[in-house]
Ligand binder design. Structure first.
Ligand SMILES: Cc1cc2nc3c(=O)[nH]c(=O)nc-3n(C[C@H](O)[C@H](O)[C@H](O)COP(=O)(O)OP(=O)(O)OC[C@H]3O[C@@H](n4cnc5c(N)ncnc54)[C@H](O)[C@@H]3O)c2cc1C
Length: 331
């Protein structure tokens, strides 16, 4: 075992939105929490996310993730992190997607959702949709920074945990030249599932995402009134107050997001791609059913995992945090 060692009540591995929410809640309850991250402050998918928190547009998850969005808004307000509520248009470009959205609009659980076929969106790109009144734009980086800035939280960056080792009931997280031990360990590692691979690495799908941001657009360029989510998260497009447009495309095929995003932007407005300010890609994991995986890595050891939040991670994160905290209270 490495020479330097430290012990905490809880060790959270991963400082993205998931890890930050879990660490903050535990610290507020008096636990001494260490948060480590291989890359640096504010996790990798979280740093790239657009910050559009929306309910998962699948009927099975709508009500639950709408609650996640409300919780996230409350957390932002409590920490004075700017958050803006917005209507979101959900759209489908194929029959199956359209049928799912219609089911969603009719479902009792989705009372705030209203079917609207006249969204002000370019007809060739996306023809029909569902307008929902529950979405939020959140500065996720700032939220994580605020959540992690607490007396009971010790941050260690960059520190990659290479291995977990068990000695009777105690679990040690081993990094190069450093050992951390804790009563509880929470893996909030998203796409870096190396530590989980003998157990769970194969249970999540790896998705590639690309984010695109424009400069503020000239007046004659396309104007969107609402953020839109296309085909359950294949794309999201957000108009921002300064006149710029942000977009994200997501797929299990690593080459598809770039191609799909370019095609969508061309459909919206031929000239949009000339206004590119920034483009970056990132990876994230998604659970097979579109819902995250939260559980115990091992029935004996106190090692929990929370991964697979998918393209709607901002809405799922408060719910995942709730589930992790509940697991800590069950013997
Ligand atoms: C380009 C892009 C745009 C997106 N846009 C949106 C959006 O607009 N709205 C939305 O809801 N969702 C969006 N998402 C999805 C959302 O970002 C994720 O679901 C969410 O941020 C996942 O948070 P997380 O904390 O679980 O993971 P992450 O933010 O990825 O954090 C995991 C952290 O764990 C660390 N880690 C992993 N392994 C180790 C190890 N062994 N040792 C130490 N540290 C380790 C990593 O370095 C990483 O920082 C987007 C994702 C991408 C990639």
């Amino acid at each position: 075992m490495s020479s330097q060692t430290s012990h905490h009540d809880v060790l959270v591995i991963g400082s993205g939105l998931t890890g930050a929410l879990i660490a903050a809640q535990l610290a507020q309850r008096g636990a001494r929490v260490a948060v480590v991250d291989a890359v640096g402050a504010i996790g990798s998918a979280t740093r790239r996310a657009l910050g559009l928190a929306v309910p998962h547009p699948h009927p099975a998850h709508w009500a639950e993730t709408a609650r996640g969005v409300r919780q996230l808004v409350q957390i932002c307000e409590a920490h004075r992190v700017p958050v803006r509520l917005c209507s979101v248009g959900y759209l489908a470009t194929h029959e199956a997607g359209r049928a799912r959205l219609q089911r969603l609009a009719l479902a009792e659980a989705s009372a705030p959702a209203t079917w609207n076929e006249a969204l002000p969106i370019h007809q060739n790109a996306v023809a029909e949709g569902l307008l929902a009144e529950v979405g939020a734009l959140v500065d996720l980086e700032r939220l994580c920074a605020v959540l992690l800035h607490q007396r009971n939280i010790t941050l260690r960056y960059p520190l990659e945990v290479m291995r977990l080792e068990r000695e009777s009931r105690a679990v040690y997280a081993l990094s190069q030249g450093y050992t951390l031990s804790a009563d509880w360990i929470v893996l909030a590692t998203n796409a870096f599932t190396g530590l989980l691979s003998p157990y769970l690495g194969e249970s999540v799908r790896l998705l590639t995402s690309v984010t695109w941001r424009s400069y503020p657009l000239p007046d004659e360029a396309v104007r969107l009134e609402h953020p839109i989510v296309v085909n359950e998260g294949e794309f999201a497009v957000l108009p921002l107050d300064d006149g710029s447009v942000h977009a994200i495309a997501c797929s299990a095929d690593p080459l598809a997001p770039h191609a799909n995003l370019t095609a969508l932007l061309r459909e919206l407005d031929e000239s949009l791609l000339m206004h590119t300010a920034e483009q970056c890609s990132g990876v994230l994991t998604a659970g097979a059913e579109g819902a995250p995986l939260v559980g115990r890595l091992d029935s004996q050891a106190r090692v929990l995992y929370a991964i697979g939040l998918g393209p709607f991670g901002a809405a799922w994160a408060p719910l995942v945090c709730e589930r992790v905290l509940a697991l800590m209270q069950t013997p």
